[in-house]
Design a protein around this ligand. Structure first.
Ligand code: NAP
Length: 527
């Protein structure tokens, strides 16, 4: 046996240990009839296989989740919150193992996997300490001052069905589930096939933190097979993925009149202004464009640079990109990792090759890197991109950015808004007031000034989501938890009814009411 063979065997042993036992977290009705393979994108080889669940398995998962939800809802919000405070600590304590599994399944760089650990810990902390406030019953103004006492309660919807993608497998498996669970719901999740082990590990840690098993159930397998039964059983559907699949899932939810949130794709613009700090913009936009090899819904794929700094910016940007360390390491030194799969590599390659054929200029990158691993693609900057090219308006979801020049502020805002998507935008200017003012004119759910995406994403108190074809609803903040509740208004009518009092004829009641209405309109607090 050669040294490299034994090193490879040792690596496989470590991987087998990481994944051992996780399959027991999958809910099945019986012995699974079908299984699907999971591979390591760094080398394109199989690392395991999991049950391809069917509609029967989904039914069992929902039965269990409904049973579990009843007892879970009876716990106080404070009791539920304790689980997530412990989870916060467990995620940090198990950081290295989580990073290993995320990297193994997704092929991303460790520094980008770490963003997921941060996100999960911060989300657990935010909602664990804020859920009581968000969910507290509130007194509201009654119909008749002094006579009607009105309050609003926030009940859990029941069982939340979640369908998640592969690009942020740890974050997206639990960060949207945490508020749903804290609101007193149970959850059934179908994670992406490529990254189901990560979801299983994240949920195993939730159980370790004290979450009852039935409150969070997992079904693994093909979205096309179990997506529909999952939607049919859900009391709320939380979908994250492509706009194309989102339309299918939303229409199925519509059939059942089931509420849903849709976190979908983007073609996000970045704007570099004439007064930008160019060095800072270069650093921030490298992260903005190439984090997770561009497989990030909020990453920047269209970059508009003011003519006054265009030359300086583009030269520094390309230089910095050419110095990036692209590779397959399990340490924090790699800047850009692999794409997830052959399919993703093909999509990125097709977009770039078509653009090249139609006249786009490649300033750097533009090719796959099979020498690093089967799905690696170089960080790529293009110019001379026009509407004849698919990547001009469509999401590439890879390490590719098209750069354009601008001179007029109104015009660049119009160009940034000229998209069917509306997820995220990034503006670079030293004048924060100018940045704020431009931001309000951009039609996206989040705008980051002097940052690519992370400032708005990590502002967990504020809503995050998409306008236009980028989605329905929001995650984070109050909207991110209240969407998983049903509001109930309870009004107690005291002393008099809601009609003419006994002995007062209705014509007189109408006259008095008209006078009262006129006065009420002028009294603050009674409007
Ligand atoms: P996708 O193909 O839409 O898949 C997402 C999930 O939907 C997967 O679990 C998939 O299962 C499942 N699915 C596929 N077909 C289905 C169907 N007919 N019914 C129900 N479920 C179905 O998206 P992706 O390629 O995994 O992820 C990339 C996309 O997600 C990009 O467009 C990105 O912008 C978007 N995204 C958005 C956000 C956001 O917050 N806005 C965050 C991350 C990603 P299988 O694994 O079995 O295919």
């Amino acid at each position: 046996m050669t040294v490299s063979e034994s090193a490879a065997e040792a690596e496989l042993e470590v991987e087998a240990e990481l994944l051992a036992g996780l399959e027991s977290g999958v809910t099945t009705a019986g012995a699974p009839e079908e299984r699907f393979d999971v591979e390591a994108p760094f080398r394109g080889t199989k690392i395991g296989d999991l049950p391809a669940c069917g509609p029967d398995d989904v039914e069992v998962a929902f039965e269990r989740a409904r049973q579990g939800q009843e007892a879970w809802e009876r716990r106080s919000v404070a009791e539920r919150a304790e689980v997530f405070k412990r989870y916060h600590d467990l995620v940090i304590e198990n950081c290295e193992e989580l990073l290993d599994i995320v990297q193994l399944e997704s092929g991303k760089a460790r520094r980008h996997a770490y963003e997921e650990v941060l996100d999960v810990a911060m989300t657990a902390r935010h909602y664990a300490y804020r859920a009581e406030d968000y969910l507290e019953s509130e007194e509201r103004e009654g119909a008749l001052p002094g006579l009607t006492e009105t309050e609003v309660h926030h009940h859990p919807v029941g069982v939340v069905g979640m369908i998640t993608p592969w690009n942020y497998p740890l974050s997206l498996a639990v960060s949207d589930a945490i508020p749903a669970l804290l609101a007193g719901n149970s959850v059934v999740i179908k994670p992406a096939e490529q990254t189901s082990y990560t979801a299983l590990k994240a949920i195993e840690l939730l159980r370790e933190a004290g979450l009852p098993r039935d409150v969070f159930r997992v079904v693994t397998g093909h979205g096309k097979v179990i997506g529909e039964p999952l939607v049919a059983e859900s009391d709320f559907v939380c979908f994250t993925g492509s706009t194309e699949t989102g339309r299918i899932v939303a229409s199925q939810a519509g059939e059942h009149l089931t509420k849903c949130s849709m976190e979908l794709g983007g073609k996000n613009p970045g704007i570099v202004c004439d007064d930008a700090d160019v060095d800072r913009a270069v650093e921030g936009l490298i992260r903005g464009c190439f984090t997770n090899a561009g497989q990030l819904c909020i990453s920047i794929e269209r970059l508009y640079v003011h003519e006054d700094v265009y030359g300086q910016f583009v030269e520094a940007f390309v230089d910095a990109i050419e110095g990036l360390h692209v590779g397959a390491g399990y340490d924090h030194d790699v800047d850009v990792g692999s794409l997830i799969s052959e399919e993703q590599l093909e999509k990125v390659t097709d977009h770039v090759e078509e653009a090249k054929a139609q006249g786009a200029t490649v300033l750097t990158g533009g090719t796959a890197r099979p020498d690093l691993g089967p799905y690696f693609y170089e960080p790529t900057v293009l110019t001379d991109v026009d509407e004849s090219m698919t990547l001009c308006a469509n999401e590439t979801f890879g390490p590719v950015v098209a750069v354009y020049e601008w001179s007029d502020e109104d015009d660049v805002i119009e160009r940034a808004n000229d998209s069917d998507y509306g997820l995220n935008a990034s503006i670079w200017t030293e004048d924060h007031e100018r940045g704020r003012e431009m931001a309000t004119q951009i039609e996206t759910g989040t705008v980051n000034v002097n940052e690519g995406y992370a400032a708005a994403w990590a502002s967990l108190d504020a809503p995050m989501g998409g306008m236009k074809n980028s989605g329905i609803g929001r995650r984070h903040g109050d909207e991110g938890i209240m969407k998983y509740t049903e509001s109930q208004t309870v009004s107690v009518q005291k002393h008099l009814g809601m009609t003419n009092p006994p002995g007062v004829p209705h014509w007189l009641y109408a006259k008095l009411m008209n006078k009262t209405l006129k006065i009420q309109r002028h009294i603050p607090g009674m409007r």
